[in-house]
Design a protein around this ligand. Structure first.
Ligand SMILES: *Cc1c(COP(=O)(O)O)cnc(C)c1O
Length: 397
């Protein structure tokens, strides 16, 4: 018997061997439009020449040294992330920014960024004010504490007991949150748009009210921007739609355009709670990862990624609204969900429809039983959007 993968993803429906821009190709040479981007990761598209060049040049220069030593790309990347989060021009004056200067801690993935945020909250408040409130329908990762923060009880059940100190409230419900804020609460953790939960945006009013409640009670506000960050929703970070400022931000997916990397940003005041020895990671922040991140972020800035996502997202959303069998299109920028009608679904779930789309040459996923998620790369063309929508029409017909 040959060795096999652990069956935690189910059998793969297709094996891709090549990508180019918004397109993927399988072993038989069949072409697909990638409207999923490896789950909102490859915003610049596949085989971006500058990303490839950075990867190969840096690999030929220096890949890894450990966190005992400094790295050349680090300070550029930290400056860019801090400027984007605080809404100030790169190299701008502190007076241009909407929040306190921050500090950045690199990680290798989204779940690790969440773990770091949880530890930072606990270190900042000390014992007794450690509880983290997050929302039902949220997704924060698969490691044990990130899973405990994830507001999907059915995902918890098989793995109990989970770490203590987590509670969940209804999303977009200020009263429910206020009722849960006892003195042991140290932080509120929210996605600006719940991605895995079905592409459900937080309302601006909700986020403003949450910020006020947190300020009144000395509670930290943590935004999980792992899926929504770096322009995807039409702003650099999703919380910026509401004009609120964060205490901690977690990020990952798009920042490496497929290279595994994550990070946490925290205000300098909060970040100061971590002392040498409190947290670490062998690989995190290595020269190869950060050289790639620098190139990715510079390219996203050069193309004005938020504006591109806004414009192309609005056009795609309008096309989708014209499809028979789509009852609602929700989301922000280029992170969209198309809700399918019961008529169009028939006996099928959205996953079945996604499978039909895949057979036709369109990569999307069923994000709920009844909705498809679309997250194409920022370099997608109007023609490719039209082609994708035509395939969806056929799949629903
Ligand atoms: C994907 C995701 C995570 C987990 O990131 P991994 O890199 O898979 O660990 C956490 N939070 C949100 C909002 C995500 O979309």
């Amino acid at each position: 018997m040959t060795a096999a993968l652990v069956n935690n993803y189910g059998p793969p429906p297709v094996t891709f061997v090549k990508g180019q821009g918004a397109e993927l190709f399988d072993e038989s040479g069949k072409r697909y439009l990638d409207f999923l981007c490896g789950l909102a990761v490859t915003s610049l598209g596949h085989a971006d020449p500058d990303v490839t060049k950075t990867l190969t040049t840096q690999a030929d220069t220096l890949i890894h040294t450990s966190n005992l030593f400094g790295n050349e790309p680090t300070s550029d990347v930290v400056t860019i992330i801090d400027s984007l989060i605080r809404g100030m021009p790169i190299g701008g004056e502190a007076g241009d920014a909407s929040s306190e200067p921050g500090r950045v801690l690199f990680q290798n993935s989204g779940a690790e960024a969440i773990e770091a945020a949880i530890k930072l909250v606990r270190r900042y408040h000390g014992h007794g004010k450690h509880k983290i409130i997050s929302a039902y329908g949220s997704f924060h990762g698969r490691t044990m504490a990130a899973l405990a923060a994830t507001g999907q009880p059915e995902k918890h059940e098989p793995f109990q007991p989970l770490p203590e100190g987590f509670a969940h409230v209804a999303f977009n419900d200020v009263d429910a949150l206020e009722a849960a804020l006892d003195p042991s609460v140290g932080a509120v953790l929210l996605e600006s748009v719940q991605g895995e939960g079905g592409v459900n945006p937080a309302s601006d009013d909700y986020l403003r009210a949450v910020r006020e409640l947190c300020d009144e009670r000395g509670i930290l506000l943590v935004f999980d921007e792992i899926q929504t960050g770096f322009g995807r929703t039409g702003k650099w970070f999703g919380f910026q739609h509401a004009g609120v400022t964060p205490d901690i931000v977690t990020m990952a997916k798009a920042m490496g355009n497929g290279f595994p990397v994550g990070a946490l940003w925290a205000t300098a005041t909060v970040a100061a709670a971590f002392q040498p020895g409190d947290h670490g990671s062998t690989f995190a922040g290595q020269p190869l990862a950060l050289a790639v991140v620098r190139t990715v972020l510079n390219k996203l800035m050069a193309m004005n990624a938020p504006e591109v996502a806004q414009t192309k997202g609005a056009a795609l959303s309008e096309m989708l609204q014209g499809v028979d069998g789509v009852s609602e299109v929700r989301g922000k920028g280029l992170l969209l969900a198309a809700e399918l009608t019961a008529d169009a679904l028939g006996e099928r779930t959205a996953k079945d429809v996604a499978k039909t789309c895949l057979e036709m040459g369109l990569v999307v996923n069923g994000v709920t039983q009844t909705a498809l998620r679309l997250a194409p790369p920022f370099i997608v063309t109007t023609e490719q959007c039209q082609e994708a929508v035509d395939m969806l029409k056929k799949a629903l017909g």
